[in-house]
Write a protein that binds this ligand. Structure first.
Ligand code: PAF
Length: 290
């Protein structure tokens, strides 16, 4: 257990006062979350603590950001578990939990000026959830400004989000280093997600098709299959499982562009099981080898 006292602040002024106490030049690490923290978040927080070092400072934000939810999405029923989240943060050595309300973050109501995610924001998740990435990038940029973070940690499970945030930082010259942290899985392979708690036992069993489909795709790539071969095998595998609806199964290059004939690529899946959407992805090496 890390020897750190975790403070919880909800307002901009309390956040500013906390940072005013920091030694000049102390490394500031931000782990942005929407709460309902699980072992995947704990891994992000742990890595954040490691990167901050004993003299640095780790902030975890816990904010269910309304602007990234569509009108028919789960904003109202999204799990809110702040007390347990603060315990998790304390266990992982987080210095500060920033848990603002929507009117603290969006003090003038819905923002008139937002971050345009550009063409990458209209693909995949962006096609299924119009406006989602505009909300994500806008809140992440606000959190970066509010916290003055030098390092930002994000999970690889939301791979498109990670790529888009890296791209925003690059294109807008934001002074922050973005670090992606590998997906944490249950022992049976299911990627951890705050939304897994919506799954019934039957749906949870069916959800395992998703990591299995990634294994199918990785196997095809290892055996020299092309991006197209990977997608056909994965789609056929998913189609074999009644009760799943595939939103997309695609192979891209690591930056979400067209897949290469040979070399590093990414397999991205979004599948619906009942009313729950599951996202997962895997790194591939096309053209044989690993
Ligand atoms: O990945 C999430 O939990 C959210 O999209 C994020 C990055 C905290 C922004 O609200």
């Amino acid at each position: 257990m890390a020897d750190v006292e975790t403070r919880v602040v909800r307002s901009r002024s309390a956040l500013r006062s906390s940072y005013a106490e920091l030694a000049p030049g102390a490394r500031r690490v931000l782990v942005p979350t929407m709460g309902a923290l699980h072992a995947g978040h704990a891994a992000l927080l742990r890595e954040g603590r490691r990167l901050a070092g004993p003299d640095g400072h780790v902030t975890a934000s816990v904010f269910v950001n309304p602007t990234q939810f569509g009108p028919n999405e789960d904003l109202d029923k999204y799990p809110r578990t702040l007390e347990a989240d603060v315990d998790t943060c304390a266990r992982e050595g987080v210095d500060l939990v920033f848990a603002p309300s929507a009117d603290v973050v969006y003090r003038g109501g819905d923002p008139l000026v937002t971050v345009d995610p550009g063409p990458l924001g209209t693909l995949l998740e962006g096609a299924v959830r119009p406006g989602h990435f505009r909300g994500v990038l806008t809140v992440v940029q606000k959190l970066l400004h509010l916290t003055g973070a030098d390092v930002l940690l994000l999970g690889e499970k939301d791979y498109q989000q990670l790529v888009l945030i890296k791209r925003m930082v690059f294109d807008l010259d934001l002074p922050v280093e973005v670090v992606g942290v590998p997906t944490v899985r249950d022992a049976d392979g299911l990627a951890l997600s705050s939304r897994n708690r919506y799954l019934s036992a039957e749906e949870r069993a069916l959800a395992l098709t998703v990591p299995h489909a990634l294994d199918v795709g990785s196997g095809v790539a290892r055996n020299g299959g092309s991006a197209r071969d990977v997608v056909s095998a994965v789609q056929a595998f998913l189609d074999d499982h009644a009760g799943l609806v595939t939103d997309y199964a695609v192979v891209t290059d690591p930056a979400l562009g067209a897949p290469p004939e040979q070399g590093e690529a990414r397999l991205l899946l979004a599948v619906r099981v009942g009313s729950t959407r599951l996202l997962d992805n895997a790194a591939l090496h096309l053209g044989g080898g690993s």
